[in-house]
Structure formats: C-alpha cells, structure tokens
Write a protein that binds this ligand. Sequence first.
Ligand code: GDG
Length: 467
Amino acid sequence: MSRIIVVSNRIGPIEEGKAAPGGLAVGVYEILRATGGVWFGWSGETVDQTPQAPSLQTQGNIAFATVGLGRKDYAEYYAGFSNATLWPLLHYRTGLIEFSRDSLAGYLRVNEQFAAHLARLIEPGDIVWVHDYHLIPLGAALRRRGVTQRIGFFLHTPLPPRAVMRTLPDHRQIFGTLSAYDVVGFQTADDADHFSDYMVRELGASRQGARLALDSRLFKAGVFPIGIDPDDFARTAAVAVGQSATRRLIRSLGERPLVIGVDRLDYSKGLPFRFRAIENLLGQHPEWRNRCTFLQVATLSRTDVKQYRELRAELDAAAGHINGRYADYDWTPIRYVNRSFNRNTLAGFFRHARVGLVTPLRDGMNLVAKEYVAAQRPEDPGVLVLSQFAGAANELESALLVNPFDVGGVAQAIIRALEMPLPERTDRWRAMMETLRRNTVRDWARRFVESLTANRADMRPAALSGA
Ligand code: GDG
C-alpha cells in the first residue's frame, strides 16, 4: 500500500502512548502505522529564523517532520489569516472577520514554505493527506512544484454557503485552490454541497457524475464525518469515575445532579448563549435553584487573537453576574473553570454528569458530544443536549436537539434532560452509542484514504481527454 504523508498545522504527540487531546490523532496514527509515512506540521514553536529544513524524528515506520514558524509568519499565517479571518468566516461569523493584505500574504507564504519542504519529502507512489483551514492552498502549491501524486484535503470546520464564502476578499485565490486536490472531504453533506455549489456557480466548474471538473483537473467532494474510539473512551471513563478527581467532584456536588460543558474558549462554541440559558433556567424555574450544578470547563485558546480575549472578559462577567445573583451560602450555580484537564479526568466527569451540554452556534463536528455519549454508564446513562448546528447533530439524532440561540428552549431541554426517566434515557443512549460504534475514528481515516486511492483512471475530464 502507498506510504501516506499527513500534513496538519499541528501534529499529534510524538511520544508513543501519550494521549492526544482530540480524537483526530488516533485515526491518523493508526493509518500511518499501517502504511508507514510522514507526519508534517508546525512544531508549535516560534523562532527567529525560518528553518531551512524540517527537523525529523522517527518512531517505527513514521517520521515526524516539524518546522518552527518565524514571528511574522506566526502573526500573519496563524493568528492572523487562519484564526482571525478564515475561522470566523468558516463559522458563518462575518461580523468578526479581520482581514489584512499582510496576513493574506503571510498565509500564502507559509503554505509555499511548507510545500517547498514537503516536495522534498514526497516520493513516487506516496499519497498526501492535508488537514484543515490553515492549509487550503497547500495542494496547489505542491502541484506547482510538480507533485502529481494523489493529494486529499479534509476540512474539520464547517464550510458556509457561497454567499458567506464570497465575503472573503480574494476568495477565489483561496477557495479556488481546492480544485488542486483529488478529494476534498467534509464533515457533513451540507458542507460538501456548499463546496460544490461554490465551485460550479462561482468558478464555473462542471459536474461530471460524482466529480467536478475545472480547467484541467477533475476532483470530488466527499462526506467523512469524524468519529472517536467510543469503546476506548467508555473504558477510560469507567476507570476514571472511581479515581480521585471525579470522587472529589462527586463529593462536592452533594445530591445535586451535574450538568457539564467542555469546550475550547471559542466564540463558535456559543458559551455566552449557554450562560444565558442557565440564567433563564434559574430565573424562570426557581424550583431548580440549589438543585443542580453547572460545570463549564473552558480551556483557554488562541489568547493572542483579540476576539478570544474579548470573549473571555464577557464570560468572566456573565459567570460572575449569574453566580452573584443566584448563589447561596452552600451552592454556586456555575463552576466556571479556565484550565484544562487530562483526558481521563474529563472522561470521569462526563460519566458522572447527568446532562452533557453541547451548544455551539456552529461546529464542524464536535467531538465532545461524542465523548460525552461514549462515557455514559449503560445502566444509568445521562442525556446529551446538542445544538442542531453541530455536525454531530446529523448523527446523534437521539440527543435532545436544540437551537442554541433560543435560550428559553435550551433551558427547557436541560430540565427535560434532568427529569427524563431511565427507560427513555437508555433508549436514546443506546441508539447514539450504536451510531458511534458504526463510524469510529479509524473508519473515518480508512474511508478517506480509500476514497483517495480509489481508481483514478478517469481523472482527466471528458472534455479534455481528447476523446
Ligand atoms: C475541530 C473542529 C471538529 C477539550 N478540553 C480539554 C480537552 N478537550 C478535547 C475534547 C475533544 C477536543 O478537545 C475538542 O474537539 P471538538 O471537536 O469539540 O472541537 P475543536 O477543538 O474546535 O475541533 C470540530 C474537530 O476539529 C475534529 O474534526 O469536531 O468541529 O472545530 O476531544 O475532549 N482535552 C483535554 N483537556 C481539556 O481540558 N485533555
């Protein structure tokens, strides 16, 4: 089988056995271990001098190739164009977009640098799998360097409709490069539809069966919802619930049920609305005061981007306000925690929580929703309250689906979850757990790579094949 070259902005932890924070690394490792290959990405360090060559570390049949980013590159490519321009755009938040010609230039420059490093690592017969919005133009930059091997791209975020994509200045220069890939993968069918619609109506691509043709290239859009390893997460949760952190949490709650949220502190996750829903619950349904506790873990993220600092200040104020208003001498309604926990601890917390609250305004998939389900006790499962705007809502139809903007509706869903009888909880949980088992993170990685390696005999558009 072909060797795989995985490219992502950040790579998974290099030390074997060290738990990766998200699920993605599990699937990627597994496929890399099966085929051998290279995982290329930013080392996470900012450096004074842009390096001439990546540093290589080998582990078994996988080489990890990492490069540092110069300070200007970091500011323009990462904090700037990736996280202050593309991230809000891709999450439908046009009002939050910050754009500058310098950051666009930095984004294109770093993608060129990465392509230059990669072109030297790629061998005949390799296939290349590029991840996420930081690296949209990478495939085209590789093609310009003569790479003819198959290259696939997977977008972890949503892709908005064409009208939203068009708000990006020079959008064709960015999104048009996606035609350089052989397969462009998305989390949901809506995202894939938005892509095809953009390519056809904006760039003049034509549909050829399941494929799209543009200029001299033929490429396809695919739907590959990312999964987790549900049985592994369940085992972790079952052990962790008896360990000291969860035991301490349980003791501190008294008899009160726990409602938990775990998110990166990011405006796509809808935390201000979530806090308003909690305020609505306590204000409109006073019988629940002092009878349930909310734990919101919000790990700090991208603190060098202005919108993230503003969001943090807003949430600090909201949590303080709600707690000031409703707390009692023996109870605090919202425990708002800005630190991160290890994966095992989170799994134990999830298992004990009667309700999992996952209410993003827009989310590519949302792995927390899946992890919460996997962590539950089969004989006494909790209830997932899930935003209809998370990619996960397409699969987890047995969650209590909510519109996160409707704070009164979310408050009611939380109460319904808290009061739900065991048989209904069990039915809903079983249906969701089966879904998770049918599409694990391994299946996701395998399906993507299979799609990329599928027969390419017809990869020249009919109109150009001279037939
Ligand atoms: C992007 C897309 C898509 C969170 N806090 C801690 C911690 N986490 C872990 C969670 C989960 C992961 O991080 C977060 O994944 P999400 O999917 O929820 O969200 P993003 O980070 O925005 O991920 C998203 C994903 O890519 C995959 O394609 O689903 O839509 O935005 O695994 O458990 N892990 C640890 N400590 C924490 O405090 N250890």
